[in-house]
Design a protein around this ligand. Sequence first.
Ligand code: HEC
Length: 198
Amino acid sequence: MKKLLGIGAVAVLGLILVVTWLLPGAFSAKGKPPEWEVTMARFARHLATPSQWRDAKNPVEASAENLEEALHHFADHCASCHANDGSGKTEMGPNFYPPVPDLRTEPIQSMSDGELFYVIHFGVRFTGMPAWGSGDPEKDMGSWALVHFIRHLPNITPEEISQMKELNPKTAQERAEQEAMDAFLAGEDFVPPSEHHH
Ligand code: HEC
């Protein structure tokens, strides 16, 4: 009986410790995981990627046309978090837990093509990285083209960045302003809404 009480007391103390000391903030996305955790998680995920994916060869050719298509795709679907240049310097990027990595750096560029595809296709659980795989083989080819584009990111040109800015998703207001401006420039007698004063 005494022993049981003893165990009970320790359990209650342990619970209080967890609730008051460890738990507060445990689900906050503020801050950054420590370096050792990032390294361990990266290694665990390397091991957890099935070898048929890890060693898969990119079936898409790194042609100018496929890279162009991937540039469009990245500007439209990925840049909101990863930025057009892959740096991750966006409004949301640094505020994920873990934060969006710089796709141009060694830890990412040293991943195999298959591992990069796997991340795009299946996402990364417990992070903000969504799974984009849809079961549509044509879209899968798009993801393989994105792998080529990620390899290209360290050498992206200022011209490509400005091209991507045009392709980034726009808010309704940005679209309306753009349309009004286009109409205005096309010579239609139309004042852009932002310059309307009545
Ligand atoms: C909603 C935000 C968001 C969007 C949109 C997004 N990502 Fe990510 N991505 C993340 C986050 C957060 C991580 C970090 C995950 C981690 O640390 O494991 C990440 C990580 C990655 C990584 C690195 C994986 C690793 O091992 O660290 C690659 C490659 C990647 N994303 C590619 C893409 C591509 C390509 C797209 C577009 C099809 C995309 N992402 C769209 C949030 C996003």
